[in-house]
Design a protein around this ligand. Structure first.
Ligand SMILES: Nc1ncnc2c1ncn2[C@@H]1O[C@H](COP(=O)(O)OP(=O)(O)OP(=O)(O)O)[C@@H](O)[C@H]1O
Ligand SMILES: [Mg+2]
Length: 225
């Protein structure tokens, strides 16, 4: 897909025919230098924005053909998001923050229990009823993970989820995401500047100048002496 921002002289080609595929259940990292197009790519996969040219297929559906309403429904049902800044609503409790996407999706059913279970899994059982501005950065990021998973999304998208954490907390959050991925057979697509901290993953996609390459250091990027 191709994504161009702006017009005329201000035009920026953030993605330039970036083409790749991800299999269900894969744990995938997206790496590349600042400004290379990683977040743009994630926004396209996450249906938060549309490509200027090209298509995004999810579970066999050509999402570029869906209306705005259908896209929202699709996003709520299939996708979970974890951002670099946890973006919690500070007026709400930890538990309420995790419940929010579920309320938006309108599937309340066993919501309370599911949210509590997820918060237990991320080790925040004792913090559930605290207000979201009364917890640490690492805890907030774990809340964000629980919130990203509450709708049981088949695909979890994370943009530098450990970008603001110290190395110990970051390691914990990474292990947590890996174990959740295995346990729930979810697809994870994670933008990161620290792929070495993730250990073994199924695939690494490198973005360079808006183009996608498989592998951490694709042949085209090797320095020829
Ligand atoms: N909303 C926007 N409007 C105009 N240009 C944009 C917009 N978002 C991104 N860009 C430009 O598109 C290019 C890719 O940006 P993107 O945010 O995808 O990079 P990134 O790889 O995520 O970088 P970083 O690692 O710094 O987060 C950059 O040149 C950026 O300036
Ligand atoms: Mg980015």
């Amino acid at each position: 897909m191709t994504k161009t921002y702006g017009t005329g002289e201000n035009q920026v080609k953030a993605l330039d025919n970036a083409t790749f595929s991800i299999e269900k259940g894969q744990f995938v990292l997206i790496v590349g230098s600042s400004g290379s197009g990683k977040s743009t790519l994630l926004n396209m996969i996450g249906l938060l924005d549309r490509p200027t040219k090209g298509k995004v297929f999810i579970d066999g559906t050509d999402t570029t053909k869906l209306s705005e309403n259908k896209i929202s429904a699709f996003r709520n049902k299939k996708l979970g998001f974890i951002f670099q800044f946890s973006n919690l609503l500070t007026d709400l409790t930890v538990l309420e923050n995790v419940l929010l996407p579920r309320q938006i999706a309108g599937t309340n059913g066993s919501a309370q229990k599911d949210a509590q279970d997820l918060l237990k899994t991320v080790g925040l059982e004792s913090q559930m009823n605290k207000r979201a501005n009364k917890i640490s950065g690492g805890q907030a990021q774990r809340v964000a993970i629980a919130r990203g998973l509450i709708n049981n999304p088949s695909i979890v998208l994370a943009d530098e989820p450990t970008g603001n954490l110290d190395s110990v907390t970051s390691g914990m959050v990474i292990q947590l995401m890996k174990s959740m991925a295995k346990k729930l057979n979810q697809t994870f697509v994670i933008v990161t500047h620290e792929p070495e901290h993730f250990g073994d993953v199924d695939k690494i996609i490198t973005i360079k100048d808006g183009r996608a390459f498989e592998g951490e250091q694709p042949a085209e990027m090797e320095v020829i002496a």
